[in-house]
Design a protein around this ligand. Structure first.
Ligand code: SUG
Length: 417
């Protein structure tokens, strides 16, 4: 069985808007009240997938969730016509696009039962994300229905926050071999919420039947959270034997590196020093919110937002790294500006699953033809623009619901309706 890394991107939903719903996420706060462009946003996401396919990478996708979430509003004894504005915005958010937050995934070689485990994240720290998991779980159960190969778990119960793979890294000699799983958690007390609680990470490690000898729990630095790294994947990313990290990503970096090396001596830790790239530059440019991938040639590439190219400190450091002997051999900037303006870079938009693609429901696997058909659908149905005061507009709500149903039908996934 050939295990490969497949990136599942969240299709950017037709209700994409800037409501400023995520305290601690600087881009979301700065763009609160701006007019969004859902059609352009979704097409940027499709182009990112297309570019990855052309690099020879395996690509999948997840459908947008049904928004507004009427069941959630009903549980709050309200509806879009009557809800308070912040509840209305939370019900309407397209935040499920950031698929890195959908689940934590432990590939089969790491689990004692030899299955790939996926745990839907509860995302309970942010109201607008706390109701994603029901739709996400339904989709995971469909895509990874083959129980010989996959075990799909529901979310960790409250009050323990879990943000899925955004606070999770895996180091391994190659994707298909047993690896070291690293859970990064935050401690409350700073100016912004610490969204990933250690209790959740430990529960997931147990549910996934991981080997405790090859599992680490590392504390995210409080300075990073305070600087706007609301998820660890804003300041660090791993691929195979390489960890690419900001110097201030972890509360005790030297202890973290030593613990990693003790389990995996061949790990290569590339640290970007704070005197070259400040935490503020890292958060503004999303340099680390990149897809660090192994190309078919065996070389590693960093698929990163164009904002990183525009930041001279960041780009200068990267160019030096590539010119030298560092493990990252190629830089591939992608335009995901609509998502970036809500604090979601290339890495936020994808969930990594290491599996044999043949064991996954093929309706979730991308090829160029499917991407073409999706792009056509999006061009016809996705709203051109959404201003924050439009969120309760019945005409917009109807358009958003119809648009999603049209995409589901195009992908043969109407059963998710
Ligand atoms: O949870 N933004 C998302 C961005 C998630 C990024 N994901 C990762 N780092 N993996 C969040 O903060 C903004 C929504 C708004 O403000 O309307 C938002 O939810």
């Amino acid at each position: 069985m050939a295990l490969v890394e497949i990136n599942f991107d969240g299709i950017i939903g037709p209700s994409h808007n800037y409501a400023g719903l995520s305290p601690g996420n600087i881009a979301s706060a700065n763009n609160a009240g701006a007019v969004s462009q859902p059609r352009a946003a979704a097409l940027q996401g499709i182009e990112k997938m297309r570019a990855n396919l052309r690099l020879g990478l395996a690509q999948g996708f997840f459908m947008p969730l049904d928004r507004p979430n009427r069941a959630w509003l009903a549980a709050l004894a309200t509806d879009m016509g009557h809800a308070d504005p912040h509840i209305r915005a939370a019900a309407f958010s397209a935040s499920a696009m950031w698929a890195a937050n959908a689940a934590t995934v432990s590939p089969a070689p790491d689990a004692q039962d030899g299955k790939c485990h996926l745990s839907a994240a509860n995302l309970l720290t942010m109201a607008h994300r706390s109701h994603e998991w029901t739709g996400t779980l339904a989709q995971l159960r469909l895509a990874f229905a083959d129980q010989r190969h996959f075990a799909v778990h529901g979310p960790v119960p409250p009050p323990f926050g879990d943000e899925g793979a955004a606070n999770f890294m895996r180091l391994c000699p190659s994707h298909g071999e047993a690896g070291l799983e690293i859970f990064v958690y935050g401690k409350s007390g700073g100016p912004f919420p610490a969204r990933q609680h250690i209790e959740s990470s430990k529960a997931i490690a147990r549910a996934h039947r991981l080997d405790p000898e090859r599992t680490l729990f590392i504390q995210q630095s409080e300075a990073a959270i305070a600087a706007g790294a609301f998820h660890n994947d804003v300041v660090a990313v791993a691929n195979e034997r390489v960890l690419f990290t900001h110097e201030q990503a972890f509360e005790d970096p030297e202890a973290a590196y030593a613990a990693i090396k003790a389990i995996m001596p061949e790990a290569e830790i590339v640290v970007v020093p704070a005197d070259r790239v400040s935490l503020a530059d890292a958060v503004q440019s999303y340099l680390f919110n990149a897809q660090l991938v192994t190309l078919p040639s065996g070389e590693m590439a960093l698929i990163l937002p164009t904002e990183a190219q525009a930041n001279p400190h960041v780009w200068g450091w990267l160019e030096e790294h590539v010119a030298g002997n560092g493990p990252i051999r190629r830089l591939v900037p992608v335009d995901v500006r609509q998502s970036m303006a809500n604090g979601g870079g290339p890495a936020c938009l994808r969930l990594r699953v290491v599996a044999d693609p043949a064991t996954i429901d093929q309706r979730f696997i991308a090829d160029e033809g499917k991407l073409d058909r999706m792009a056509e659908m999006i061009a016809v149905h996705w709203p051109d623009a959404i201003a924050p005061d439009q969120l309760g507009d019945p005409g917009l709500i109807e358009q958003v619901q119809r648009a999603r149903l049209a995409l589901l039908e195009t992908c043969g996934l109407s059963e998710l309706a």
